[in-house]
Design a protein around this ligand. Structure first.
Ligand code: NAD
Length: 484
């Protein structure tokens, strides 16, 4: 199996915040891989623009070091690295002042695809948009890419959308949720809408419930101050988990087009029911043998911010009426796992005498680690001695299925950046989607603040607070084990 790489049109990509953590860890290593894959025209350019007073040579050194630190085996391709670095330029730019903008305007070409990646604090988005315009650097075909967090509530997200809309049309704005760039997430759509097997079962007649788990082993580490102002709900649920929920629950779009897909996702968010206070469990990790507690990490002994949240949600529409969606995410949990699990209903009647076990088909879609899917099916236990049934997984780990081409499965960031250059917005969040997500999230956060809800502590390295287990047990269900 040979994967096809389709080169993109010639482009100038300006990365504001090009010296920052995200740029060094994700954006440049991703671009390097796309370069090596032959996807970038040799005339295309990537321009770092940030506050540091560097020249292009200094910037190339910085990025070379970043590739050493964050790239995979491809970093040993010295010829490739040299050629890639030669396509980089740097301009010191002050988003809040006039410094550097004239130089940037002179550098960016007029006759190629122009994309501007805002890998800076959201408080600078408005300044960048404004100056890209006043200096005539962006035109009506240019694209801007903005990072999360997109607001911290509905009002701030609306304000941000309005600010960007002063200078850019919605079709020019690419709001990144890197979960949407993951191979498995797109495969979820292929699975649902490219097979005849699953879609007929994808509803409340056959699905008992759905679980979405995003568990991290890391704590809040050095991001304590930022994190304590947001918590798991704002940091993970409002964006990543809700996007996964949308893809699993949406109706089939009429075609795989940006607006068709996003219209259907929006309908899911709008159909989400308010969540009963009893169906939300918030937690904070305790100190473990290898790390401090959440409150120590954020240096606030009274913090009420959650590092874990579990909730039971319902989608008010014909397809999903009565089917609970359980979501949970947390830090300092026992394994790093992101997974969606569709648990199908029990058989109405078993014809096999003496078979008292509950056999269920379970489809699990793993985003990490080992991207892939497995489907639990019931078969006869091999051997003589009657008809005994066992459940076995039909496992498809992409790395196994794709063999040597597995290395070519691109990382979320590189795929998304190439989509920006191609002008494909399907895997980016539209402004109304982000606002609808906040409109659902805001009252839940206000609710627990009004109740003065105190998060339950949970052991570092566990599966979260006991109450999260109870959320399922009360319904006679259980979470899938968190297994890496
Ligand atoms: P960072 O602090 O490491 O880097 C910030 C960058 O912005 C630097 O290049 C700095 O020079 C530049 N900058 C700051 N003020 C400037 C100004 N006035 N004018 C021009 N440039 C200026 O931040 P980061 O971790 O790279 O994050 C960047 C953005 O990406 C943030 O919005 C963050 O929330 C988001 N994000 C980061 C990560 C991550 O893993 N680091 C993940 C998701 C989202």
């Amino acid at each position: 199996m040979v994967s096809r790489v389709i080169p993109v049109d010639d482009f100038d990509l300006v990365i504001f915040g090009g010296t920052g953590d995200l740029a060094r860890r994700k954006i440049f290593p991703g671009l390097f891989r796309r370069f090596l894959a032959g996807q970038m025209p040799s005339t295309s350019r990537i321009v770092g623009a940030a506050r540091s007073e560097l020249d292009s040579a200094g910037f190339r050194d910085l990025i070379s070091d970043a590739l050493d630190e964050f790239s995979g085996d491809e970093k040993s391709n010295t010829e490739g690295r040299k050629a890639f670095l030669a396509q980089l330029e740097y301009v010191p730019v002050d988003a809040k002042g006039e410094g550097g903008w004239k130089e940037l305007a002179e550098l960016v070409r007029g006759d190629v695809v122009k994309a501007f990646y805002f890998s800076v604090a959201p408080s600078l988005f408005g300044d960048l948009a404004e100056r890209l315009h006043s200096h005539n650097i962006a035109d009506r075909h240019s694209r801007i890419v903005v990072e999360k967090p997109f607001g911290r509530d509905l009002a701030s997200a609306q304000e941000l959308n309005e600010t960007l809309a002063e200078h850019f049309k919605e079709t020019q704005i690419y709001r990144i949720d890197h979960y949407l760039g993951k191979e498995t997430v797109q495969n979820l759509m292929a699975l649902r809408f490219g097979n005849v097997l699953f879609e007929p079962l994808w509803n409340n007649h056959y699905v008992d419930h759905i679980q979405i788990t995003v568990a991290e082993t890391v704590g809040v580490g050095g991001r304590g101050t930022y994190y304590d102002r947001s918590g798991a709900m704002r940091d993970m649920v409002q964006n990543h988990l809700m996007q996964l929920l949308c893809l699993i629950a949406m109706e089939p779009p009429s075609q795989f087009g940006a607006d068709e897909v996003r219209d259907e996702k929006l309908k899911v968010i709008r159909a989400l029911q308010d969540v009963d206070a009893h169906h939300i469990v918030r937690g904070q990790y305790d100190a473990g043998s290898d790390g401090p507690s959440y409150r120590e990490d954020v240096e606030d002994p009274k913090s009420h911010t959650e590092s874990f949240i579990a909730m039971k949600c319902h989608i008010n529409n014909w397809r999903w009426a009565g089917v609970p969606f359980y979501m949970r995410t947390g830090k300092r949990m026992k394994e790093r796992v992101s997974e969606i699990t569709v648990v199908f209903k029990d058989l109405g009647h078993s014809i096999f005498e003496g078979d008292t076990a509950r056999h269920r088909n379970i489809l699990s879609i793993r985003l990490q680690p080992n991207e892939g899917m497995d489907l639990q099916v019931t078969i006869k236990e091999p051997g003589p001695g009657g008809m005994r049934l066992i459940d076995v997984p039909l496992d498809m780990t992409f790395a196994d299925a794709l063999g040597e081409n597995a290395a070519e499965v691109s990382d979320a960031y590189e795929r998304l950046i190439m989509d920006v250059i191609r002008g494909n917005q399907t895997l980016f969040m539209r402004g109304d989607e982000v606002e609808a997500a906040w409109a659902w999230t805001d009252p839940l956060i206000e609710g627990w603040k009004a109740r003065n809800d105190v998060p339950k502590t949970y052991d570092a390295g566990s599966a979260g607070p006991e109450d999260a287990m109870m959320l399922m047990h009360r319904d006679n269900r259980r979470w899938r084990d968190i297994k890496g």
